[in-house]
Design a protein around this ligand. Structure first.
Ligand code: ADP
Ligand code: MG
Length: 230
């Protein structure tokens, strides 16, 4: 579903150059949850944004279902983000002063789903993340963890094939964290989605099928029964 081959991403500021992602290769199949674990600054968010076609690689290949994301037009990239992936960003932006249910329905409405259907589907996703009772609250009336859960519902409501979640449990207590991780695992195993879970939390990573450890932009080790990475 998602493949990275020798992906390099540099950030330049002045004469300084940061190799945020340094020749990373990985493969994520449908039905699988892969955790990307690493300390702060190891390149996790950059890698996820490359997979989301929100950034372009400086070298290497990022491919979704065999298509090079770097070769997509602006319009194709927008279509990819709207229809194929569910992105839970590290700092999810919700629309201010707009009820949670409308926020969760955003992608559905953009995708042309009729308002009534979109609300219903958004509400059922809010229910799955334990937010049904707060569906009418605006982001201002929610805690950080509750806003996070609305963002998760928004990402999943469009039934994306590929779910990219950047520290989705960062603002949640351990019980809620476990629920979110279990939900993501179910989407992979029971609904055949591909899930990339970015986390610095070893406990969250442990529920994935495979764990890829990043350090200074490089894959450090792959903790799984699979063969060691090249
Ligand atoms: P993580 O998500 O693992 O904390 P990031 O992908 O955010 O790591 O960052 C990887 C490295 O790239 C860090 O050294 C960070 O300072 C740097 N970096 C991230 N975004 C930018 C940016 N927009 N401009 C310059 N450097 C950046
Ligand atoms: Mg990050």
């Amino acid at each position: 579903m998602l493949e990275l081959h020798g992906v390099l991403k540099l950030y330049r500021s002045g004469d300084e150059e940061v190799r945020a992602v340094d020749h990373v290769s990985l493969r994520l199949d449908a039905g699988e949850m892969l955790a990307l674990q690493g300390p702060s600054g190891s390149g996790k968010t950059t890698l996820l944004l490359l997979a989301a076609a929100a950034l372009r690689a400086d070298a290497g290949l990022v491919a979704y279902r065999g298509r090079d994301l770097g070769a997509l037009s602006e319009q194709e990239r927008a279509q990819y983000r709207l229809c194929e992936i569910g992105l839970v960003a590290q700092n999810p932006h919700l629309m201010a002063r707009v009820p949670a249910v409308e926020n969760a329905a955003t992608k559905l409405l953009l995708g042309g789903v009729p308002v009534g259907d979109a609300r219903e589907r958004a509400l059922s996703w809010l229910e799955r993340v334990g937010m049904a009772r707060r569906a009418q609250r605006t982001p201002e009336e929610l805690s950080g963890g509750e806003r996070q859960r609305v963002a998760i519902a928004r990402a999943l409501a469009g039934d994306p094939q590929l779910i990219l979640a950047d520290e989705p449990t960062a603002n949640l207590d351990s019980e809620r964290s476990a629920e979110v991780v279990v939900l993501l695992g179910e989407l992979a195993r029971e609904h055949n989605k591909a899930v990339l879970l970015v986390t610095h939390d070893a406990e969250a990573a442990a529920s994935a099928d495979r764990v890829l450890r990043l350090r200074d932009g490089r894959v450090h080790e792959e903790a799984s029964e699979a063969a060691p990475s090249p």
